[in-house]
Design a binder for this molecule. Structure first.
Ligand code: NAD
Length: 483
């Protein structure tokens, strides 16, 4: 045990193990080996975190906006200063290429803190004049103690996406990162201690979803839950939290379409469609896994995409040249492989990939899958309907705009879609018809943190980002004055 790094809970400003002294193994996906351990926390740890947060709330709520912003900026500065070490830690913990963690995950985590540090200083109360009769002003008070629960695919990035607005708005937080990727949340706790975040304002508790996560959701004192994760988990959380009248923001799964029209800029589109398909091994909720291609360019586009997918470098995530790292866990790799088997059973024609990859050397026991492309699958089959969340895409030709829209809208999910065309009228026409929370035109994952972020249908309820997040993490109180 002595070689392990012990990840600790951060409660009331102190780093500590679970009260039960129970631990969970933390595995490096690229090697399949246990390399650290994390607290297996339960309801007693969550309650301790809640009590610390509740005690800190009066102070934090009354801390000036400038001081809150200063502390959030200080956290962002420390993340920037530690960027390389954090990127390496994220890559080891999650299996993602270190180049991706360095260019996307960690910079975006610091950006989240910096963005909400600034956003809160610019947030104004609304007022509504009733002329000579009176006027209204709307106070937006912090809620109190809120819960933030995040997934494993973009660990620090999505954790900070919730924590930053919650803290900026004056709440105290009980947060739980995924038990599959706890390391950078632990490093964040160290950063919070370094910058002098007052004790109890942020509490980070590690452990299993069904135990520690469920204890957050069912705690009567935690008044709002911001959750990002799978749709099934979201359903469970909604069922638990709804009778307690908690505020809920649910950012759930997706099965996102990529709609490629024959009049697109083919070279530009190919590069971006490849990225949208396989970035982070296809483990981004926004990845486009259903690719619809207009028939006149279908064969040409397919051949080029398959060629590029087959050339992606799958390797040790710690190597700079690696483009595809490991999947996050053995269980997840098995799930993705089971979908590949299903796609074959459903009549899919395999164009490239379709199997696990065994690397040599230190990664010989890691969880790698070759980028995989299928065609010839029915629109309604399970492969085309269910979220796989791995490096697996399907290609389908379409004949006209209406058919493309029907295909794109034809699943239970509604997170994000991308549309590729040089015809401006068509782009806007199609965007208006797509039943998704986010539509990208001639781009993918181009983010502006001021914009509403979230999905419709089974992809969730509520929006995060910019003012939407600040609204979620506050209660509006209207004060009406008669003149
Ligand atoms: P998950 O639902 O298994 O777990 C997410 C988090 O919830 C983890 O911290 C987990 O411990 C916790 N959890 C699990 N059961 C719980 C319970 N009963 N009560 C409270 N908390 C519980 O999801 P995952 O496998 O970590 O992540 C992958 C999923 O997340 C995919 O479906 C993906 O699409 C989705 N996702 C969505 C978005 C988005 O913005 N919409 C972003 C990233 C990932």
């Amino acid at each position: 045990m002595s070689d392990y790094i012990d990840i600790l809970n951060y409660i009331d400003g102190e780093l500590q193990p679970a009260q039960s002294q129970q631990w969970l193994d933390n595995i490096e996906p690229a090697t399949g080996h246990v390399y650290s351990r994390l607290p297996d926390s339960d309801a007693s740890d969550i309650d301790a975190a809640y009590r610390a947060a509740k005690a800190a709330f009066p102070l934090w709520k009354n801390t000036s906006i400038d001081e809150r912003a200063r502390l959030l900026n200080a956290i962002a500065d420390r993340i920037d200063a530690w960027q390389d070490a954090l990127a390496e830690a994220e890559s080891i913990d999650n299996g993602k290429p270190v180049s991706l963690a360095c260019s996307v995950d960690i910079p975006r985590a610091s950006h989240n803190f910096r963005f909400f540090a600034h956003a809160i200083t610019q947030w104004a109360s609304e007022s509504h004049s009733m002329g000579a009769t009176g006027f209204n002003y709307t106070l937006r008070d912090p809620i109190g103690v809120v819960g933030c629960i995040s997934p494993w695919n973009l660990p620090l990035y999505l954790f900070s996406w919730k924590i930053a607005p919650a803290l900026a708005a004056g709440n105290c937080v009980v947060a739980k990162p995924s038990e599959v990727t706890p390391m950078t949340a632990f490093l964040l706790a160290n950063i919070c201690r370094e910058v002098g975040l007052p004790r109890g304002v942020l509490n980070i508790v590690h452990g299993l979803g069904a135990k520690a996560g469920n204890a957050i959701v069912s705690h009567p004192g935690i008044k709002a839950i911001s959750f990002t994760g799978g749709t099934k988990t979201g359903e469970h959380i909604a069922r638990t939290a709804a009778p307690m009248f908690k505020k809920l923001s649910l950012e759930l799964g997706g099965k996102n379409p990529t709609v490629v029209f024959a009049d697109c800029d083919v070279d530009k589109t190919l590069n971006e469609v490849l990225r949208a398909s396989f970035a982070n091994q296809g483990q981004i909720c926004l990845c486009g896994s259903r690719i619809y291609i207009e028939r006149p360019i279908y064969e040409k586009f397919k051949a080029a995409l398959v060629e590029q997918a087959s050339q992606l470098i799958v390797g040790d995530p710690q190597e700079k040249a690696t483009q595809q790292g490991a999947l996050v866990s053995k269980a997840h790799m098995d799930k993705v492989l089971s979908y590949i088997a299903l796609a074959k059973q459903e009549g899919g024609k395999l164009l490239t990939g379709g199997e696990a990859l065994q690397l040599d050397g230190r990664c010989k026991d890691g969880y790698f899958i070759k980028p995989t492309v299928f065609e010839n699958l029915d629109i309604g089959c399970r492969t085309n309907q269910e979220e796989i969340f791995g490096p697996v895409i399907t290609l389908t030709p379409f004949d006209d705009e209406q058919q493309a829209i029907a295909y794109a809208n034809g699943t239970g999910y509604g997170l994000a879609a991308s549309v590729w065309t040089e015809n401006l009228s068509r782009a806007h026409r199609v965007a208006a018809e797509l039943e998704f929370g986010i539509v990208w035109i001639n781009c993918w994952l181009l983010r502006d943190l001021r914009t509403p972020f979230g999905g419709v249908k089974q992809s969730g309820v509520g929006r995060e980002g910019g003012v939407e997040a600040l609204r979620f993490f506050t209660e509006a109180k209207n004060v009406c004055v008669r003149l």
